[in-house]
Design a protein around this ligand. Structure first.
Ligand code: GLN
Length: 351
């Protein structure tokens, strides 16, 4: 028993040290990867999930943004990036899709970096709305009006917190920050931006409604425009998984070794993801999967196993709440098999 305890402690400390060291050194810690005992096992589970769910045709591409309706709904990609920078992929992982609402996580991180967690909490809040992500009723009903940083209203307000002399400066700061988390230069998908900017009257209405309650912190329409751009950033599944792994790795990008997000903000960000990352599907997700995650109407979901890594799945058809059907299925399957559930006492140790 004692031996067992010691060996687990050793493994954990090796893992912890490994995740904090630059890539050249972390490569040596592969034997103690926190994602699973052996890489082949993870690969097998990912492959199983891919085969099991690839034929599922349920759900529907988002169509309120015209561009998204035309994206090939059969595309399906899975990527895992661990805190010691191992990368596992399956399927369509090179295609750049729009990050959409998953961007909200990283704008929240940037706002907290600039203003501190307490100030952001006061200005935005972190309560689930229990309503659709674009609900104006939630803005009227919620005592904070903003609700949380992941529904559209709260997200636009979070974007409005980012400092800059003008709109371009704010936008470029956001884009660069996302790139640091992804470990790659990211770009706007211009067609997505144009398509969304031409149809985002609902978001403009939300932003103007927030102004009524003094809960938008820059020009309401400028803030919607920056927000629309951030949603139109292109990422592939690997880049998205790496952004997630940066969160899992206490804010340090496991590929570049750069401290991108302040470590003290990570628990706040992950708790917000657990509360509202899948909108009004968040309770069911926590019940079933038990991992902080964030979805986007572009078809991506990224889920975080703190200290271990992140899994990103891209598959465009969405359920009623606006969450990718196959992405939910895959993450549920993989995290169950690999024992990732945060609420399970056994998930804290390596199997
Ligand atoms: N850009 C989208 C919107 O504002 C983001 C929504 C989402 O991904 N859930 O509606």
């Amino acid at each position: 028993m004692i031996t067992k305890k010691i060996s687990i402690a050793l493994l954990l400390s090796a893992t912890f040290t490994g995740s904090l060291l630059p890539p050249a050194i972390t490569a040596q810690s592969k034997a103690t990867s926190p994602v699973a005992p052996r890489r082949e096992q993870v690969e097998a589970v990912v492959k199983e999930a891919y085969e099991k769910f690839k034929g599922d045709t349920s759900g529907k591409n988002a169509d309120y943004i015209p561009y998204l309706a035309q994206v090939d709904s059969k595309m399906f990609g899975i990527a895992i990036v661990t805190t010691d920078n191992q990368v596992l992929t399956m399927g369509d992982v090179d295609y750049s899709f729009s990050i959409q609402s998953i961007s909200k996580v990283f704008t929240l991180a940037l706002a907290m970096d600039e203003l501190g967690a307490d100030a952001v909490f006061k200005k935005i809040g972190s309560e689930p709305t229990g309503r659709a992500f674009n609900s104006p009723i939630a803005v009227v009903d919620m005592p904070s009006h903003t609700g949380n940083a992941f529904v559209n209203a709260g997200a636009i307000a979070t974007t409005s917190l980012i400092s800059g002399a003008n709109e371009d400066e704010k936008w470029n700061k956001i884009l660069e920050f996302y790139g640091k988390a992804a470990g790659d230069k990211l770009k706007l998908i211009d067609e997505v931006y144009k398509s969304e900017a031409a149809t985002n009257t609902g978001n403009k209405a939300l932003s103007y409604l927030l102004a009524k309650y003094d809960r938008i912190y820059a020009d309401p329409f400028e803030s919607v425009d920056v927000y629309t751009k951030q949603c139109s950033v292109g990422v592939n599944a690997v880049q998205l998984a790496r952004m997630g792994a940066t969160l899992a790795n206490n804010g340090i990008n496991p590929a570049t070794g750069e401290q991108v997000i302040k470590p003290e903000n990570i628990p706040h960000i992950l708790s917000a993801m657990a509360m509202a990352g899948l909108y009004d599907g968040s309770g069911g997700w926590a019940w079933k999967v038990g991992l902080p995650a964030k979805s986007g109407v572009g078809g991506g979901i990224v889920a975080i196993a703190p200290g271990k890594g992140a899994i990103a799945v891209f598959a465009p058809p969405l359920d009623e709440a606006g969450n990718s059907v196959k992405a939910q299925e895959v993450i549920d399957y993989v995290s169950e098999k690999l024992n990732y559930n945060l609420f399970s006492p056994s998930s804290v140790s390596l199997k």
